[in-house]
Design a protein around this ligand. Structure first.
Ligand SMILES: Nc1ncnc2c1ncn2[C@@H]1O[C@H](COP(=O)(O)OP(=O)(O)OP(=O)(O)O)[C@@H](O)[C@H]1O
Ligand SMILES: [Mg+2]
Length: 255
């Protein structure tokens, strides 16, 4: 059975895309069949996987609108070891275009229905907002992985996100679970980090993922080469952390 995991946090720049790309690569390196869905108009997950977002014949938007199948739109011959359902700026129109559709929350669920079985894991990279695209991701997902930075404002938007998860659970996706809280760009030396750590542990308990991702320049450089850091600089601290994360996620979720 495939598991669908949405990487979500409406706060921008917390490491959603970086974690989606590198977790996809690390799970694939451990022989899991992985699909990465780029549900962000910024198209960064596509670009970070070696896809030119300006040259797409069709994108995940066409699939959401029922104008193309996921099978025909998924890109397989990439410089990475996982497949990608690509996205780009066309998704900016999704909010309006989806409005006209019946069951507009479930478009992604329907779209993935025919392909999810071909993969062990489907990772969805969400945009930095709680919009209809994110609602589609949370409706299609089995669980939510929440990347965050251990900074003073880290916890601020979290209650709005958890409220949204709760609403989706109560309305359309009762089994939606929290896959974990992932600390990114982590620097354990600062006292602020230790303080936020304590709050996260108290609030989330076991949902707090043990592996942390350090701030590492190789992680930031890799996307400009269109490959994950696990390929770009496989012995870097960032790369090693994402490999350890993949193993922890395999244990936690029985992937
Ligand atoms: N561990 C890390 N070390 C150094 N830089 C990082 C690390 N993780 C992410 N970054 C950098 O931080 C920036 C934001 O990361 P990323 O794009 O993954 O966040 P995001 O949550 O997907 O952002 P958005 O909300 O805009 O989609 C990027 O420039 C990325 O290269
Ligand atoms: Mg992103």
């Amino acid at each position: 059975m495939s598991q669908i995991i949405a990487l979500t946090n409406q706060k921008g720049g917390v490491g959603k895309t970086t974690s989606a790309v590198n977790l996809a690569a690390s799970l694939a390196a451990l022989d899991r069949r992985v699909l990465l869905v780029d549900l962000d108009p910024q198209g960064h997950a596509s670009m970070g996987s070696g896809i030119d977002k300006h040259e797409l014949d069709k994108s995940v938007l066409d699939v959401l609108l029922g104008d193309a199948t996921a099978t025909d739109t998924i890109m397989r011959d990439l410089p990475v070891k996982y497949d990608v359902l690509p996205g780009n700026g066309d998704l900016t129109a999704a909010e309006v275009e989806l409005l006209d559709l019946d069951k507009r929350e479930s478009c992604l669920t329907t779209a993935l229905g025919s392909v999810a079985g071909k993969y062990d894991v489907v990772l969805i990279d969400c945009p930095p907002s709680l919009n209809m695209l994110t609602v589609n991701a949370l409706t299609a997902a089995d669980s939510v992985l929440i990347p965050l930075q251990c900074e003073f404002y880290a916890l601020e938007g979290l209650s709005a996100l958890l409220d949204t998860v709760e609403q989706i659970k109560q309305s359309i996706n009762p089994d939606l679970a929290i896959a974990g809280i992932l600390r990114t760009m982590y620097d354990k030396r600062t006292s602020l980090t230790r303080e936020v750590d304590k709050q996260l542990r108290d609030f989330f308990g076991d949902a707090l993922i043990k592996t942390t991702i350090p701030r590492n320049v190789k992680v930031a450089e890799a996307p400009s080469h269109g490959i994950p850091v696990t390929q770009y600089a496989r012995f870097s601290r960032g790369s090693q952390a994402y490999r350890v994360l993949a193993k922890e996620m395999i244990r936690r979720l029985s992937l």
